[in-house]
Design a protein around this ligand. Structure first.
Ligand code: C2E
Ligand code: CA
Ligand code: CA
Ligand code: CA
Length: 275
């Protein structure tokens, strides 16, 4: 049954992660996932809250294994990180996302960039910068058409080398965003020293606003501070019109979530742009 809902996948994910034995099973299967063509990307629209138009997409990896079925990235990415498999997997994702973006850009020339999640292990790997440079040259995509999403938790314990690399990427023209913002307890004053232009507010804070006053106040403060420091803000996990209303009023720049679109296959995105 291919058309199972997302909830069904979650159910299997939980069963799997409960069992250490299954971690090894996943690891073994993951080793061959790239070669066996089991990994593919979905894309989720990012909406400009001012113009109400899609300006970009976030690439989200998917894995469908013949024995394990669909395994959520929330389950297999950490395993890929532990085993180092995230390096070839991340390279595959980066390349594929760039290729697909160039195809979409031909259909909709107003698209601005593709957002790609970069794992800390991948970012720290020796060849990251060279691989990225080789791929973008090969594909003919500009760095300014790529936004690298790095999680706040990781950025928090950045060493000298990582900051140097961030600056190099910035010089090349890449966009960079701090993903899952608000979950890492970092200080804005630290972050403001980093060459990053986008703050992506984690879904945990977008949930239940405006009803949940704590979340509302936190989101308000993040957006206000971000704006005053010159950051662009993205809110993820918007599911209801009430959330959009509030975020729009607060001056959040970009919205992402099921309210606009679920992550979709490349074919579906392509067709929706043609129509
Ligand atoms: P993330 O980067 O914070 O991605 C957002 C997650 O929230 C995605 O889950 C997305 O499908 C989901 N989401 C988006 N809008 C909504 C909404 O309105 N409601 C709800 N309930 N969920 C929403 P997904 O695709 O399962 O990915 C989970 C995490 O796995 C990602 O969190 C990211 O940390 C990681 N991940 C996914 N793809 C990649 C990838 O290509 N590379 C790396 N390194 N990590 C990835
Ligand atoms: Ca999931
Ligand atoms: Ca992300
Ligand atoms: Ca998140």
């Amino acid at each position: 049954a291919k058309k199972q809902g997302k909830d069904t996948f979650e159910y299997y994910d939980e069963k799997l992660s409960e069992d250490v034995h299954d971690q090894l099973v996943i690891e073994q299967a993951l080793k061959q996932a790239v070669q066996k063509n089991e990994l593919y990307l979905n894309y989720q629209a990012q909406y400009d809250l001012n113009t109400k138009k899609t300006k970009s997409f976030e690439a989200l990896v998917r894995w469908n294994n013949d024995k394990l079925g669909f395994v959520s990235p929330a389950t297999f990415i950490p395993i890929a990180e532990d085993t180092g498999l995230i390096v070839p997997i991340g390279e595959f994702i980066f390349k594929k996302a760039c290729e697909d973006f160039m195809k979409l850009k031909q259909i909709d020339t107003t698209l601005e960039y593709i957002a790609i999640n970069i794992s800390s292990v991948q970012f720290r790997s020796a060849d990251f910068l060279n691989n990225v440079k080789t791929i973008i040259e090969e594909i003919g995509i500009k760095p300014s058409q790529i936004e690298l999403e790095l999680t706040e938790r990781y950025i928090m314990d950045f060493g000298e080398d990582s900051i140097k690399l961030l600056n190099e990427l910035k010089l090349l023209g890449f966009k960079m965003s701090i993903d899952d913002f608000g979950t890492g307890y970092s200080s804005m004053s630290y972050l403001s020293k980093l060459p990053v232009e986008t703050i992506k507010i984690d879904k945990a804070f977008i949930d239940y606003i405006p009803k949940n006053n704590n979340n509302l106040q936190i989101t308000k403060a993040i957006i206000a501070l971000s704006k005053s420091l010159g950051y662009r803000t993205v809110a993820e996990g918007i599911e209801y019109p009430e959330q959009e209303d509030v975020l729009s009023d607060l001056g959040c720049d970009i919205g992402q979530g099921y309210f606009y679109a679920r992550p979709q296959s490349f074919e579906d995105i392509k067709n929706s742009l043609i129509l």
